[in-house]
Design a protein around this ligand. Structure first.
Ligand SMILES: [Zn+2]
Length: 211
């Protein structure tokens, strides 16, 4: 269990990392973490520039989006974050990015063939059809997808990941983008794919729960 102070520090650190990697747009994407009270969570604010947030910009909210601490307006995606925690009771952090390659991967209905170990770990990723950002419909659909995998790609929007730790959730978000890039490069080269043999896919898949 982390303190509220730790929750805020981790959100700022990961927001900065993801922004520098180009996985958040100036106002697109949001990060949340459970703090001291398991019924509440901390989240990034709505519409503020993501490249320079400080701990004072974060808000602590209840599941219905009402603010219990902080002065900014919470992300409009608060319902999607709450649905993610409900889908995965062990999750303590949720990361929503607007990663460009993973988003295009979802729009074009791609899948992860076993081109490397990360692709095997991500093979259960669900693709969620488009729903209005900030809607209850999107939150419900993402919650269902995250019951199957700890990552979901949102068509025409971005992606959502959860983790037992903030680092786990962020790592999966980064892995989705990097692995989608390799799929893209393979398609651009256009040759025949040299895949990991099925017996190794099966053995490696057993390690997929590490994050
Ligand atoms: Zn979004």
């Amino acid at each position: 269990m982390r303190t509220d102070q730790e929750a805020k520090q981790q959100i700022i650190q990961i927001t900065n990392e993801l922004f520098e990697m180009g996985l958040l747009t100036p106002t697109g994407g949001n990060i949340s973490a459970r703090g001291a009270d398991p019924e509440l969570y901390w989240i990034t604010p709505s519409q503020m520039y993501k490249g320079g947030l400080s701990a004072d910009d974060l808000v602590c909210i209840r599941p219905d989006g009402t603010v219990c601490e902080g002065v900014t307006k919470p992300s409009v995606e608060y319902q999607m974050h709450w649905a993610s925690y409900q889908a995965r009771p062990e999750a303590t952090a949720a990361v929503h990015t607007h990663a460009p390659v993973a988003t295009a991967f979802g729009i074009t209905n791609q899948t992860f063939p076993p081109i490397n170990t990360d692709a095997i770990f991500l093979a259960d990723t669900r693709i969620v059809p488009w729903f209005m950002p900030g809607s209850k419909e999107l939150a419900d659909a993402v919650g269902e997808a995250l019951k199957v995998s700890r990552g979901a790609i949102l068509q025409c929007h971005g992606l959502m990941t959860v983790g037992k730790t903030m680092r786990d959730a962020a790592t999966r978000a980064m892995m989705l983008e990097e692995t989608a890039k390799i799929v893209l490069y393979c398609k651009q080269f256009g040759g025949e794919l040299a895949l990991i043999p099925p017996e190794w896919v099966e053995r490696l898949a057993q390690f997929a729960s590490f994050m």
